[in-house]
Design a protein around this ligand. Sequence first.
Ligand code: GDP
Ligand code: MG
Length: 593
Amino acid sequence: MDHIRNFCIIAHIDHGKSTLADRLLEYTQTIKITEGQMLDDMDLERERGITIKSHAIQMEYVSNKEKYILNLIDTPGHVDFSYEVSRSIAACEGALLIVDATQGVQAQTISNLYMAIDHNLEIIPVINKIDMPNAMPEEVEDEIVDLIGCDPEDIIRASGKTGEGVPEILEAIVKRIPAPKGDINAPLQALIFDSIFNSFRGIITLCKVENGVIKKGDKVKFVQTGMEYTADEVGVLKMDMVPSKQLSTGEVGYIISGIKNATEVKVGDTVTHIENPCKNAIEGFQEVKPMVFAGVYPIDPNDYENLRASLEKLQLNDASLTFQPESSQALGFGFRCGFLGLLHMEIIQERLDREFNMDVITTVPNVSYMVYDKQGNVKEVHNPSGLPDQTMIDHIEEPYIKASIITSSEYIGPIMTLCLDKRGELVSQNYVSGNRLELIFMIPLGEIVIDFYDKLKSISKGYASFDYHIDSFRPSKLAKLDILLNGEPVDALSTLTHESNAVVFGRRMCEKLKDLIPRQQFDIAIQAAIGAKIVARETVKQVRKDVTAKCYGGDISRKRKLLEKQKKGKKRMKQIGNVQVPQKAFLAVLKLD
Ligand code: GDP
Ligand code: MG
């Protein structure tokens, strides 16, 4: 046990976590890297440059003639997955805190650092990318010293590109991070910090043994879910899974027990033996609940069962995705899907498209609301159209987030305006260094879901970083805004907005939809209504578009091509009443300016 070191790497996105991890694996000859990065194994992930699912990998390292086992536990880098980050961190005794020498401390640097400090981790600060011409190691060093109160000498300067500083980092891991503690003779207690889906082996549970020993063949129980299994195989993760007889206190490894569906394995749960179980579960378990919801509908109604099958498959390896059948007057039969956040939603949408070739319409995302009726009953509502009649409602509560934004002082004005516009309240502002500040806001999550992130990026020219955590549900005066096409309400376009900006919002929706809905052979009236009251109206004027007219009769094949082209253009359209509505219209609300 004294020759084990369990650590993770925490960093703001793009500060070089994956690259540096690769250098560590290379230096310890765990892997040979030819090209690309080894830790992010999903295509999508690589493209986006973010580690979506955390994994663990074991290295061997010799320091002063002693052999050490170093377990690197990779943490996901986005706020949507912050609970998974906190569980990965909980499995470690130390953390490398990576800060980009050209960017300095950013929002996720701070939020991840706080999580690591909460779990009493030894922090090794690293300034990365010092090879870059615009690196500012001195300034960043000051920021780090201010942030964690360390000695400047404790900060390692490194480059994931040239490999500089990598040997120093490995030595620091051995010297500064404490060995795991725990009682090998106590009942088994292992923390589940992740799971991996494998199409041959099923769900592979990743865990760290806090106390006791788990052996191949043991009968085990997951404390929170109460499910019982046989540990068919246990082992450690190197570049491949390496089976072993047992995993002992302090060790990080995997358990295979014939689990087919990821929803059975809850990150943060405790594994123990059925006989002689541990008295208490490892603390801090929390059920991850989706907070952002959207309707997902097949464009072709015949694809409904295929869509269900695809969502079921996605759920096999993504336990945080939820879905329930729902129907919409406008869109027919589909599913209400629940996501951890916006990024998670985008990932699922893309995977449906790429891996399952599903043509779907996604509706405007919304958050989960707590609706209190006059009798004092509370109901969770995931869809504006599922809201009870206004007269039955006593009040509605919506989720608020605590948001941290780091930016240089020149952008403070516009950022304040944006956040206040989004019904945010400024909680505090702290200096990070020189002219950079951290602003803490409480903002309704529902406002973030709609075009906040893009706006923040554009007004700060990309120089603001953002991080958030769900804080609480709070009462809000919300109004349901309906959109009518030729007098017919389109349920899939309904939104809940704050009373104070519902009218303006309705007007902008109508204007936007007017741009997005193509002219058809009759006028289309677009109206916004709150209850029975129409608050805005626009008209898409009719057109008689005879596309073949400009071919001057003659060329038949050219005519046919044109018609085919027109047909294709219709593919991403949904017929609502007699109106053709393009997919973009359902997300119009996301792009209001
Ligand atoms: P992550 O999001 O923290 O995992 O960041 P990545 O490891 O994916 O790195 C983000 C980008 O920075 C990639 O384009 C890397 O090639 C680049 N990068 C990472 N480390 C260094 C470094 O030390 N020097 C330079 N010049 N580029 C780096
Ligand atoms: Mg990465």
